[in-house]
Design a protein around this ligand. Structure first.
Ligand SMILES: *Cc1c(COP(=O)(O)O)cnc(C)c1O
Length: 356
């Protein structure tokens, strides 16, 4: 059985690719021609099907809308220098999706079904994978409770959907952060480690408050004392302090980012001192004052790395040094891109190659 044999494909006769401006790919604006769908009912997933991207028919009583059983993943596929397409770290994304599903009492999805779905969908929409440097095909697997019913309960019916979207290099100007010392994204024992929809809805309000005060994002702190760093916006956060790469240790309140893991791995390999541990606001403030805090950046699939210009701690702006081209974050970003596009050997088995 070849991969494509098992998934039925209904191709669109109205491709939108010619209307897509590949030189100006705003993140998430364009969705590729096709989507993958599978339904869970009576205890099993149906054979996935690929159909033209479009509307789904459902009632306003679906349980996901009311009680929030909805999780997603965010990953990327890259055009390799030899023309093949590389899905980056699907095993690790799948592992995390399974954890998210489990935390939200949703049915699991096997790695086989997951990878066949992605592989076939990307084969069908291979022309949507952008080729310019730093661009990629963003992949959005999504699972939600589709059972139509009003009572609060764990749903018996779900939908698995995969969408893809061509995205350009993510350029954002170094951002201004506010250390959040009032609101909380999540708490230990909560759902912070899961990529579930509610985490994002709940983070909007504190972020909007910070925006009104002139910041771009918030630096989330622990829910008990607001003293230790968790994450930044929807990314993991890393600092270069005393020449070491440091990042908060994973907990149930922190999302186990694949970019985070990839950068830590590459940094260790390059001989850099790496620490995963608690980082207090005070330590950052001291590091700023004695000039040992030289870099701060977000790490996530969308941006890869996102430089931080300002950290506001209890009302005081601390301005970080300008990011130079030989900075750790820039080096890590380039190294990661080189592995993903085949410029550097993939020594960890991170690349899943779709032969076209
Ligand atoms: C997705 C996400 C990240 C980054 O994870 P990656 O796997 O690197 O994309 C970090 N924090 C939050 C809250 C996220 O949702």
């Amino acid at each position: 059985m070849t991969l494509t044999d098992s998934i039925s494909v209904q191709k669109t006769n109205q491709s939108r690719i010619s209307e897509t401006d590949f030189n100006n790919l705003e993140f998430g604006k364009y969705i590729s021609d096709h989507m993958l769908l599978s339904d869970w009912s009576e205890g099993k997933w149906s054979e996935p099907v690929i159909v033209p991207f479009g509307e789904l028919k459902m009632t306003p009583a679906i349980l996901a809308l009311h009680y929030g059983q909805a999780i997603f993943e965010g990953m990327k596929a890259f055009k390799m220098s030899d023309g093949s397409i590389n899905i980056f770290r699907p095993h690790k994304h799948h592992d995390r999706m399974v954890k998210s599903l489990d935390r939200m009492c949703m049915p699991t999805i096997s790695f086989d079904m997951f990878i066949q779905s992605l592989h076939t969908l990307i084969e069908v929409d291979k022309n949507w994978v952008p080729t310019s440097e730093g661009s990629s095909l963003y992949i959005r697997p999504l699972v939600f409770a589709s059972e139509s019913r009003l009572g609060v309960k764990v749903a018996d019916q779900y939908k698995f959907v995969v969408l893809t979207s061509p995205v350009g290099p993510y350029y954002n100007k170094p951002f201004r952060l506010k250390v959040e010392d009032h609101y909380t994204r999540t708490a230990e024992g909560g759902t912070g480690f899961a990529k579930c929809a509610g985490n994002y809805g709940g983070a909007f309000y504190p972020t909007q408050v910070a925006r009104k005060e002139g910041f771009d994002q918030v630096l989330w702190t622990d829910h008990k004392e607001h003293k230790y760093i968790d994450e930044v916006g929807m990314m993991n956060v890393m600092f270069v302090l005393h020449g070491k790469l440091i990042t908060p240790k994973l907990s149930t309140a922190i999302l186990d980012g694949i970019t985070r893991d990839s950068i830590l791995t590459l940094a260790r390999e390059a001989g850099m001192a790496v620490e995963e541990r608690r980082i207090s606001i005070d330590e950052l403030e001291d590091g700023y004052k004695n000039k040992t805090l030289t870099e701060a950046f977000g790490a996530g699939t969308a941006a890869v790395v996102a430089p931080i210009a300002v950290i506001n701690i209890h009302g005081t702006d601390y301005q970080l040094p300008k990011v130079e081209s030989n900075s750790i974050q820039q080096k890590m970003k380039n190294k990661l891109l080189d592995v993903r596009t085949g410029q550097e050997p993939d020594t960890h088995g991170w690349n899943y190659i779709v032969k076209i």
